[in-house]
Design a protein around this ligand. Sequence first.
Ligand SMILES: Cc1cc2nc3c(=O)[nH]c(=O)nc-3n(C[C@H](O)[C@H](O)[C@H](O)COP(=O)(O)OP(=O)(O)OC[C@H]3O[C@@H](n4cnc5c(N)ncnc54)[C@H](O)[C@@H]3O)c2cc1C
Length: 475
Amino acid sequence: MTVPDNCPPRYPSTGISVLIVGAGVAGLMAALECWRNGHDVRVIERTPEQVTTGDSFTIGPSAIRALCRWPQMAAENEKIASTPTVSFHTMTGNQVTAPKHLNYTQESDSKNMSKLVIRHWRPQFHDMLLKQLLAIGVTVEYGHRAVEYFEDGPTGRGGVVLEDGIRMEADVVVAADGVGSHSTGVTMGREVRARPTGEALYRTAFPAELAMADPMVRERFPPLEDGAHIELWNSQLGHFFIGRTGETMSWVLTHKNNDTATESWSHETDPEEVLKLTATFPDWPEVADRLIRLTPKDRLLHFRLMWRDPQPCWVSPAGRIVQIGDAAHTYVPASGNGATQGLEDAISLATCLRIAGETEQAPWALRVHNKLRFVRVSCLQKLGLINQNGYSRGVEKGESQPKTLRYMTAPWIWKHDPEPYAEENYGKVLEHLQRGTPFQDTNIPPGHVYRDWSIDEILALQERGEEVVLDGEWV
Ligand SMILES: Cc1cc2nc3c(=O)[nH]c(=O)nc-3n(C[C@H](O)[C@H](O)[C@H](O)COP(=O)(O)OP(=O)(O)OC[C@H]3O[C@@H](n4cnc5c(N)ncnc54)[C@H](O)[C@@H]3O)c2cc1C
């Protein structure tokens, strides 16, 4: 197989055709990794063109290491990744802790880039994946909305029906269509219930120069020559996140939900609506309102936060459809893991299919992948819930960050590498699934014994003021 310049070597062809539904972060990475692992790829997306809304997210080292196997992306990532300093504040904007890098080694302010918490602007990160896909000659087929998933065991094919009635088929269909995917009807045999968390986010990112037009905003948030900074304002009323780099200003206001928000990345709203809310906050500073007022209407989203219980089964009965990313597991923002786990899924799945090596074995690859990943993502979902509460508490005297944040930088999370993990464990999991031999996950907190859990159970504990017991080494 010929490989375009500046692309990683490609494994020999497996002949497995893969149809990826959804060109988000997980879907695009799955397309790249499937190509690298020797599979034939096609990607469809419901939007008519590339979407450039969104603000920022954290990408953990486990995913960064993997994308750096692509030289073009490794170089681009150097340019677009930022390692912000973070300071904690009261909800009136008063600084409680000095700006400090968050790092995975929990050493005092390590400057080692590979150990620092990295943020990306979602539109830039998404664009980097798309450019890489174009470089290997795969184009996203836009304007294709999947409304139904199906599979046919005897023919060994899976497929989707599009809105206009067209049917598309492949050996493997990857549901990478984000929250509320139709595919759960096939994988879980039912829709997965989404429940409001009671919170919503006003969120935006826009050119910093727009914010700098106001002298008061400029004085409080002076232009950054280089680097990036995040302020986290916390109280029981909500949280205000202000993130900025030299070029981009971003803020996110988490608040009690007033039912006007939706779980959508395209629900635009007016800054005036936010100002009505902040008018109810005691001693809310004028400068924050000015920043909100400067936000372009078409860049401001109102996103409703929903909970979903862990979904243990991501694979259809005949093994031709598999969910990845938010379609398989949703995260609250406090988990810092939505994008990272979607990327890890993509790498793990493509590796499992390469090891399976042929179409007939693909269903086992999907089941092995599900088994390799489920407990890990479920543990991280649980941490997100615990961390969500930690943020509300803010920082206490003598602390440099909320205690719960330490959980998110534990070695079992960031030291993981999904490709070698799948290579080392594929055979063991296959034996486990086919013959019932024991298998122990090693990409989870060491010593942890997993048992199913639900959002209700965790919330009930938290309501009674009880700690969620985390057995094993979670930190
Ligand atoms: C436009 C956009 C902006 C975002 N901005 C942020 C952000 O600022 N911060 C943050 O933390 N997270 C953001 N997210 C979510 C974040 O990207 C995901 O939580 C995470 O990266 C996991 O990615 P995913 O690919 O599973 O889901 P997503 O990134 O949500 O991608 C899902 C893709 O599937 C497409 N799709 C959905 N339904 C269908 C269908 N029926 N047929 C075909 N295609 C379909 C969607 O249009 C989307 O492109 C954003 C998502 C989107 C879509």
